[in-house]
Design a protein around this ligand. Sequence first.
Ligand SMILES: CC(C)(COP(=O)(O)OP(=O)(O)OC[C@H]1O[C@@H](n2cnc3c(N)ncnc32)[C@H](O)[C@@H]1OP(=O)(O)O)[C@@H](O)C(=O)NCCC(=O)NCCS
Length: 263
Amino acid sequence: MSHENQWLPATEWPAIHDADIHLWFVDTAEHTAQATSLRALLNADERVRADRFYFAVDRIRFTIGRALLRSVLARYLAIDPAEIGLAYGARGKPELAEPTAASGIRFNLSHAGPLFLVAVGLGRHLGVDIELLSPRERMHQLAEKIFSPAEVGRFRQLAPTEQLAVFYRGWTQREALLKARGDGLGGPFTQIECHDVPGTDLVHFTIRDQPEESQRWSLMTFSPRPDCVASLAFDGKPGLICKWRGIDTPKQHVEDQGSSWSP
Ligand SMILES: CC(C)(COP(=O)(O)OP(=O)(O)OC[C@H]1O[C@@H](n2cnc3c(N)ncnc32)[C@H](O)[C@@H]1OP(=O)(O)O)[C@@H](O)C(=O)NCCC(=O)NCCS
């Protein structure tokens, strides 16, 4: 179920329509040289947050990711990236603040190492999660804890070489669903059961004691690149899903080298 070839370079800025979801995938390592100038796009709180990271690599990734998020949202809203106001839900889910919230643009984002994924939609609640396929300590114990008994049974039957990808598929599916719902850490992480729909990226799921949730949300899993896996959850039925690789940054800020911040 690999669809790397569907990720297109963003040569022109796409319009977004009601049922569409746009996914933006970027490797922040490709923007490291711009980190200082991209910091100009962050607001004061974000700069404070960036500066709290102990390691420069985390500081730079956060700065680039936030600037790219602002660059993406600014294009849909036709305003300057630095002017975007973000608000946070009770459990930390970010969204557009007023007055731009009235645009109906919603988004969610995920980081994994240098990788960064943003989903953008119109009027839909969204959740994304991306993970690198890196070996993980206690993977088997975690799988037994978070997967349903049927999924654990299937997981145990797999060859060790297949288990890593299946583990992260299941992990990102749960995270994406809970992020779409805005649950955060309080969500029913271990009560979700997922089944791939053969021949598609779609995933059927159930949440124990919440049968209506399967009707409310759609879920899909895909690989932006062979070293990672990602899932997207959104309310409603699937429409057009556009996948873009790379994000361009506003020229005037990238060329502005006036900041004295040193990553
Ligand atoms: C908070 C949480 C959503 C972060 O997820 P993560 O995989 O650690 O990190 P990701 O990079 O994928 O996502 C982080 C982004 O999600 C967004 N986010 C934060 N809280 C969110 C919430 N409640 N709902 C949706 N999105 C949220 C933010 O944009 C954040 O990035 P930012 O801080 O740079 O703005 C996650 O820890 C969580 O609560 N997951 C719920 C499931 C769970 O319990 N998992 C742990 C099982 S042991």
